[in-house]
Design a protein around this ligand. Structure first.
Ligand SMILES: *[C@@H]1O[C@H](CO)[C@@H](O)[C@H](O)[C@H]1NC(C)=O
Ligand SMILES: *[C@@H]1O[C@H](CO)[C@@H](O)[C@H](O)[C@H]1NC(C)=O
Ligand SMILES: *[C@@H]1O[C@H](CO)[C@@H](O)[C@H](O)[C@H]1NC(C)=O
Ligand SMILES: *[C@@H]1O[C@H](CO)[C@@H](O)[C@H](O)[C@H]1NC(C)=O
Ligand SMILES: *[C@@H]1O[C@H](CO)[C@@H](O)[C@H](O)[C@H]1NC(C)=O
Ligand SMILES: [Zn+2]
Length: 281
């Protein structure tokens, strides 16, 4: 009974890909190319129409000319705690689900609780026209149901320490997939989410959508300004448990449609207090 409740919770807490998992078994899954690729998402299912008609969609290319330094934005306020976690083959990506009490991010005085994180390869957001090797999405949800996602971009380089710790567990997901299990889960035990949290001196903020169907809007996006590194092997490892159609799981950039991308930059806040309007980019 307890296990059943935990499982139900995991699925109730996983809005981003369960649609894919359920839809797959019903033969109406979305994909990243061909007949069920991103351009078709809005037509695959009546619940997905926002993917094609929505005007505030994600991801976007964060371009210099369209970002505005906002001196009233505050440093990213995250409080993460040690909690049990489960690594999950989420069909359209590899995800880590956190037990209750993983912590919160506070955005505009609103408290969003950390539910899960997952990886996209290559990156979904582009920064100044550049698409990176990978993107981590930390998904938070407020009591009213709205989402806040904190995203980190990764280029190919040195190993990412958190993924290095997860290597064996990721290998296990891959082995399960080779045995034919598409939805394997590996208990990770206690995760100190403080290791994932990084001090950030620069971020970009805008309002967009989920990047997978149903593409629901009103998602608060925070894209960290510092591009981090992971090794090529780590990118491959994140892809290894996924079906061929999800190994490249980045939705193409969507039109900005007049939205403003706000920028927080700590250094500027300190140095240029007398000249707040200046765009440091
Ligand atoms: C700057 O950020 C604050 C806090 O999010 C927001 O209320 C305000 O509208 C932003 N300013 C501009 C000019 O967009
Ligand atoms: C974490 O999971 C283990 C084993 O699944 C369990 O024994 C332990 O009580 C859990 N800890 C917390 C804080 O939930
Ligand atoms: C956010 O919510 C959590 C759990 O409800 C609470 O422990 C925490 O203090 C809240 N944080 C803020 C800044 O309100
Ligand atoms: C797949 O893995 C999950 C958990 O890792 C397990 O509960 C399930 O029974 C497995 N399914 C198959 C078909 O082996
Ligand atoms: C959109 O998000 C804002 C801020 O989280 C919230 O106040 C508002 O009710 C949301 N609007 C809709 C239509 O969900
Ligand atoms: Zn995502």
């Amino acid at each position: 009974m307890v296990m059943l409740i935990i499982k139900l919770c995991i699925f109730a807490m996983a809005p981003l890909c369960t649609v894919a998992a359920n839809a797959q078994t019903q033969g109406i899954g979305f994909g990243y190319g061909g007949r069920n690729g991103p351009k078709q998402w809005g037509h695959l299912n009546p619940h997905y129409t926002e993917c094609s008609v929505g005007k505030l969609q994600s991801p976007i290319d964060i371009q210099r000319g369209q970002t505005f330094y906002n001196s009233t934005l505050e440093p990213l306020h995250r409080d993460y705690y040690t909690t049990n976690a489960t690594l999950v083959n989420h069909v359209c990506n590899v995800a880590m689900f956190f037990a209750e009490g993983a912590g919160d991010v506070v955005i505009n005085d609103k408290n969003y609780t950390l539910l899960q994180m997952h990886w996209h390869t290559p990156s979904e957001h582009h920064l100044h026209g550049v698409q990176y090797a990978a993107e981590l999405h930390m998904v938070h949800q407020a009591k009213d149901g709205s989402f806040a996602v904190v995203a980190s971009l990764f280029k190919i380089g040195s190993e990412e320490p958190f993924l290095s710790q997860m290597k064996d567990k990721l290998m296990k997901l891959k082995d399960e997939r080779l045995k034919g299990n598409q939805t394997a889960q590996v208990e990770v035990g206690k995760i100190n989410t403080r290791h994932i949290e990084r001090k950030t001196r620069k971020y970009f903020r805008y309002y967009g959508s989920l990047t997978t169907p149903p593409c629901s809007e009103n998602v608060s996006w925070t894209i960290l300004g510092k591009v981090r590194s992971m090794s090529k092997e780590q990118v491959e490892l994140l892809r290894s448990p996924l079906d061929i159609s999800y190994k490249k799981n980045a939705r193409p950039c969507q039109p900005l449609n007049g939205r403003r991308v706000e920028m927080f930059h700590e250094r500027v806040t300190k140095k240029e207090t007398g000249n707040k309007k200046k765009d440091p980019n």
